[in-house]
Structure formats: C-alpha cells, structure tokens
Design a protein around this ligand. Structure first.
Ligand code: SAM
Length: 252
C-alpha cells in the first residue's frame, strides 16, 4: 500500500490547484492525513468505509467532498450567506463525508454532521476532538424528524447530502432545513435527464428549484460524477419532510 503522507499528499497539490483552484494549507494537509489514519483505525471496530486505499481515499472522500462546493467557492453560483459564519449541515454523514473535509476547508462555517446511527456519531466526535475542529459539531437523528424541529428547520445556509437516498428523498431531507435562498448540494454518481425531470417535480413541491446540474470526471480514476444544486425559493410546506421512511417509500 502507498504511504499516504509522502509522496502522495504533496503530489496532489497540483491536482487540487488544477481541478478546484484551491490548495490545502499545511495544517489542512495534516488534518486530512490524520483523518485518513483515524478512519483506518476506526474501521477495525466499525464498518465505516470500504475505501481504504490512500489514493482512492483521497479521490473519493477528500477530493469528491470538496468538488461539491467548488462552484460556491469559485463564485460560479450565487451563495448569499446570512452571516460571517454560515450554517452548514451534512445529512447522513456516515464517517464524516462530505462534512469533515468541508469543515476543514472552510474554517468560518459552522457545520453540523447529522446521522441516524449513534455509533457513527460517537466515532466522529473522537475524530473532531483529535483534529481540533471546533467549527464542526454532531447531531444524532433522522432527517425526517430534524427537519420538523424549529431549532433546525429553515436554519441552514447550505445542506450537503451524499449517498443517502434517491434524488427526491435527498430533496425532501435537505430543503426543509434551508433558509430561503439557501442551497442544497446532492452528490451523485450517474444521473439522467429522466431523473432531472422527476426531481424538478419533487423540488417544486418543497419550495425549491433545480439551479444547476454539474457533470464531471474524477481526477485519478476518471469516474463520472454529478452534483445537483437546489435553491430554496419559498418556504417548504409544513407537511414536509414527511414521517420517517415515507420519503423513500412514497417518493414525491
Ligand atoms: N455521506 C456519507 C458518505 O458519502 O460517505 C455516508 C453515506 S452512507 C451510505 C448513508 C448514511 O446515511 C448512513 O450513515 C446512515 O446512517 C445515514 N442515514 C440514512 N438515512 C438517514 C436519515 N433519514 N437521516 C439521517 N441519516 C440517515
């Protein structure tokens, strides 16, 4: 197995720059390295991720997490934030993706990592303390319930969601949590025009619009990915999100 620290991480500097017009600082590189090692260690007890090869980890967990927010960082899409410390949420974060890399990269955001599995969140809490990431916090719960709680509903500027469900379920989990003008980023692998048509219908019912769909290839394995950007344009009707399980069982 390649050693992740040298020469792999330094050699990625050019790829970060060429693909995202961004480079991690030395401190961020250290955090990424530590994150990788802690996840490998955690994998011995918990089934956190199958991606353990260093290059694959870099591409699928680190690079992919930050690729989703690239159009915001570059200004390609409008991202009006309501304060100097915008509120982000990562729904179904699992082992902390995309939320932990985003929390490392954007120090001024406050990001909440939500997952329904307590043991994953307990593990993430250990990681956050090791990485000294004070802008990242955790929450145990189901998106369907959290989206109905006044302390979370319509409180976030940005909602991220990767590998949690169908497009319409992801829309139903994210849009109720967003403030008006807020943005949801849905990370996908393959995506088709038919899926866009179905998603547009769901998103409209939830008070949003599909603002942008980006197709791209990953820099090492040349895999196809899509990111869907949904804008919240009006309040989400109170009946959404529906009860636990309904967004997947009866998709909008
Ligand atoms: N986002 C991570 C990633 O891309 O590596 C993890 C994806 S994992 C396949 C899906 C995660 O979503 C699991 O950790 C699961 O517990 C969580 N999850 C599924 N449905 C959820 C819901 N309705 N509310 C909160 N978390 C949920």
């Amino acid at each position: 197995m390649t050693n992740f620290t040298t020469p792999l991480l330094p050699s990625m500097a050019d790829i970060w720059q060429q693909t995202l017009n961004w480079q991690p600082t030395t401190q961020q590189q250290k955090q990424f390295q530590q994150l990788y090692e802690l996840i490998l260690e955690g994998n011995r007890q918990l089934n956190l991720t199958r991606i353990i090869d260093p290059e694959e980890f870099w591409e699928k967990h680190l690079w992919d997490s930050l690729r989703g927010i690239a159009p915001l960082l570059s200004g390609e899409i409008d991202f009006p934030v309501s304060s100097a410390s915008p509120a982000f949420i990562d729904i179904g974060t699992g082992a902390g993706f995309p939320g932990i890399p985003v929390g490392c990269a954007i120090a001024n955001c406050k990001i909440t990592l939500l997952d329904s599995t307590r043991k994953k969140i307990t593990f993430i809490e250990q990681i956050l303390s090791e990485l000294a990431l004070s802008n990242v916090k955790t929450l145990v719960g189901r998106a369907e319930e959290i989206g109905q709680q006044p302390q979370h509903r319509e409180r976030y500027d940005l909602a991220l969601i990767r590998a949690v469900g169908t497009g319409s379920a992801c829309a139903e989990y994210t849009l109720p949590l967003l403030k008006k003008k807020g943005l949801a980023v849905i990370y996908r692998g393959n995506w088709t025009q038919d899926e866009t048509t179905a998603l547009e219908n769901a998103v409209e019912q939830l008070g949003g619009v599909v603002e942008l769909i980006e197709k791209f290839t990953t820099p090492l394995s040349n895999s196809i990915r899509h990111c869907l950007y949904l804008r919240k344009v009006s309040n989400t009707p109170a009946k959404f999100p529906r009860a636990v399980g309904v967004p997947t069982q009866k998709p909008l």
